[in-house]
Design a protein around this ligand. Structure first.
Ligand code: SF4
Length: 652
């Protein structure tokens, strides 16, 4: 206890509390790399339609929130930590408050990916039981996962798929202490031993989220280190249940991705077709909708309304997961660009499920004939038509009927489209998508072949360049700036999700982009007919990237923390993004970002993220607001790791 004193409190550290300066809409118009984005922003401004960039200019960012030192956990607060009030009313200091806030973000990310993964796991179980008319297309995946889980190989694919679904659901939701079977079966033994020694092995995704919310409540966990330990448990639950478990269920149900070339960018919108956008993250209905669109009956109905056909477009991840499995889906933009696509006036139906579906899309849709349809009980929008699964997913079996109904809404809406309202930028570009460990390694003659190029320096590293977008930096520029630096230094890029859209739409995912790399890598890519950026799908497909990293590390006989691999999400913004970066740091890779996490209010927590985890896990978080400088740091760090494995090979 300190005695009352006349001594004035210390003066605020002005540098520590300095607010960052963010780009304004004018900066986006001047510097965003995609000309179609600039065209649409100007068009919407002329038509008086507001976008995320207008709102960003008017919002006041709370300085305490930016540093993570605003606590709203109980109603004695909110308490803001400042030099004049270094503890909240309950006595929590800045370290505890920052740690609790960031742990709740991670827990929310576990829930987000896990909730939509659960829907696919339930669908896989229902398909195996014959309760829903969905074929199990991923037989090879079912067999491979069954081997990893040591299931009886004499059983049929359907039986194995049902048992796999049960294991994934159990790992998602277990309450009693027991081994997390997916993690134990599929994580590198070196990592499992490390995580066990740190006592961070998760019980299940549900349990770790439950426990995170329990211990961050008022008057429970007052030790920031202990809160960080729970954060690491949540990171493992995120990676091995919410992401990998969900990805396994999707691949079992829908089969692995196929490499295919598609038309990307706003100019892919067809003014003569019924146009239906697929927006969100849950693949079950979008996949059925694309399938329904192939029906000759519905195609004839569309023609009877004056359209030349039915086309589907990908917004955010629902579109990505459909396009690489079925083709015929053109990726247009990420969550932040959704308003810009709606502003074309060329969409007849907009199918929105969950996550990164901003409420603002309704305001733009209202300006046109576009019918927004929500499909998940978790994600409703006032004014939208709701055609979807119920809260208990009890109507999963109606998936095809729901899909057909949705396509019919789009067709019926087509005649209401007014040509004078349609404004489509002209440019589109070819892009290749659908890369996976199964189809990329054979191009190099297996993992050993790709590893040889890493050791020789033809390829200087591999970076998983992903993440969402954030107007705190110039829209999409941080991503392309980092990509340009990496490619110029012969680093191969894997990508998925929102960050992949500028790479798709600006030509990074086509073979001609090999010209951005040095002569040796360019020659190799041209010989193999490969782009330098390998598009792996939606944000759950971080699991594909980590699978490729693992295969190369195993071929090298080294732990992942020794390999020239990295994770970067330059523009990240949402809770899932914190979990994704943490998932890779838990594997021993560094993560690189242009936007800091809200942890600067605690030197202890910030140091944990940026320094302490290097010794603990082998990976740390690196933040640099300058994307070119960030790219240079990635290149230097990769080169240090690459030289070590090259030297080790020479010595061997
Ligand atoms: Fe304030 Fe403590 Fe309540 Fe947070 S938990 S709002 S720091 S009193």
């Amino acid at each position: 206890m300190s005695e009352p004193t006349d001594t004035p409190p210390p003066a605020p550290d002005k540098k520590k509390w300095q607010r960052p300066v963010y780009p304004r809409k004018a900066d986006v118009l001047a510097h965003t790399p995609d000309p179609n984005v600039r065209v649409m922003l100007r068009h919407m401004a002329e038509r008086g339609m507001e976008t995320v960039f207008d709102r960003f200019d008017t919002v006041t960012h709370c300085g305490h929130g930016l540093k993570g030192v605003c606590c709203q956990i109980c109603n004695m607060g909110p308490c803001q930590i400042t030099p004049r009030s270094p503890r909240g009313i309950c006595g929590a200091d800045e370290h505890v408050i920052v740690a609790r806030n960031i742990l709740r973000w991670i827990a929310a990310g576990v829930a987000a990916h896990g909730a939509r993964g659960r829907e696919v796991m339930l669908a896989l179980k229902a398909a195996a039981a014959g309760r829903v008319d969905l074929p199990i297309r991923g037989e090879a995946k079912v067999r491979a996962v069954a081997r990893a889980f040591r299931l009886d190989p004499e059983q049929g694919t359907t039986e194995l798929a049902g048992q796999i679904a049960d294991i994934l659901l159990e790992d998602l939701s277990r309450t009693h202490p027991a081994a997390h079977r997916t993690l134990e079966a599929m994580a590198p033994p070196e990592r499992i031993a490390l995580w066990r020694s740190l006592d961070i092995l998760p019980i299940s995704a549900y349990h770790e989220v439950f426990e995170a919310y329990h211990r961050t409540g008022i008057g429970t966990d007052g030790d920031w280190r202990n809160l960080m330990q729970q954060l690491l448990r949540c990171g493992l639950a995120f990676a091995w249940s919410s992401v990998l478990g969900s990805a396994i269920a999707q691949d079992c149900l829908y089969g692995p991705p196929q490499r295919t070339r598609i038309d990307a960018g706003f100019g892919a919108l067809d003014p003569d077709c019924v146009n239906i956008a697929l927006h969100g993250h849950s693949p079950i209905l979008p996949s059925a909708i694309v399938h329904a669109g192939e029906s000759p009956e519905l195609a004839a109905l569309a023609r009877s309304k004056g359209a030349q056909g039915i086309r589907f477009y990908g917004i955010c991840c629902s579109g990505l997961s459909s396009l690489y499995r079925y083709g015929g889906v053109s990726p247009l933009t990420n969550a932040i660009g959704a308003e810009l696509v709606l502003g074309t006036g060329a969409l007849d139906a907009w199918v929105a499920d969950v996550q990164d579906v901003y409420p603002s899309i309704m305001e733009v849709a209202k300006c046109f004939h576009t019918q927004v349809i929500t499909t998940s009980d978790s994600g409703r929008l006032p004014g939208a038509l709701h055609i979807g699964f119920d809260h208990a997913n009890s109507n999963l079996g109606e998936v095809h009927h729901l899909a057909e109904t949705i396509v019919r809404v789009g067709i019926d809406n087509f005649p209401l489209r007014r040509k004078a309202n349609v404004f489509i930028p002209r440019t589109s570009i070819e892009a290749e998508v659908g890369f996976s460990i199964e189809n990329i390694l054979p191009e190099f003659g297996g993992a050993d072949g790709l590893l040889r190029h890493l050791r020789a320096g033809t390829i200087r590293g591999i970076v998983n360049l992903v993440g969402c977008n954030n107007p705190k930096v110039v829209y999409e520029k941080a991503i392309t700036d980092v990509a340009d630096v990496l490619l110029a230094h012969d680093v191969i890029i894997l990508t998925n999700g929102c960050a992949s859209f500028p790479l798709l739409n600006l030509g990074y995912c086509r073979r001609a982009a090999a010209a951005k790399t040095g002569p040796a890598l360019r020659a190799l890519l041209e010989e193999l007919d490969l782009p330098p950026v390998w598009h792996m799908g939606e944000c759950l497909d971080n699991a594909r990237a980590s699978g490729l990293f693992r295969a190369l590390a195993d071929a090298c006989g080294q732990p992942l923390k020794a390999m020239p691999f990295a994770f970067s999400s330059p523009e990240w913004s949402n809770e899932k993004g914190v979990g994704a970066a943490l998932g890779f740091r838990l594997l021993g890779l560094d993560s690189y970002h242009c936007i800091p996490a809200p942890i600067a209010g605690s030197e202890a927590v910030q140091s944990f993220f940026e320094h302490d985890t290097t010794a603990l896990l082998g990976g740390r978080m690196v933040v640099d607001t300058d994307p070119v400088a960030l790219g240079a740091t990635i290149v230097a760090d990769l080169e240090a790791r690459r030289r070590a494995i090259a030297t080790q090979a020479t010595a061997g």
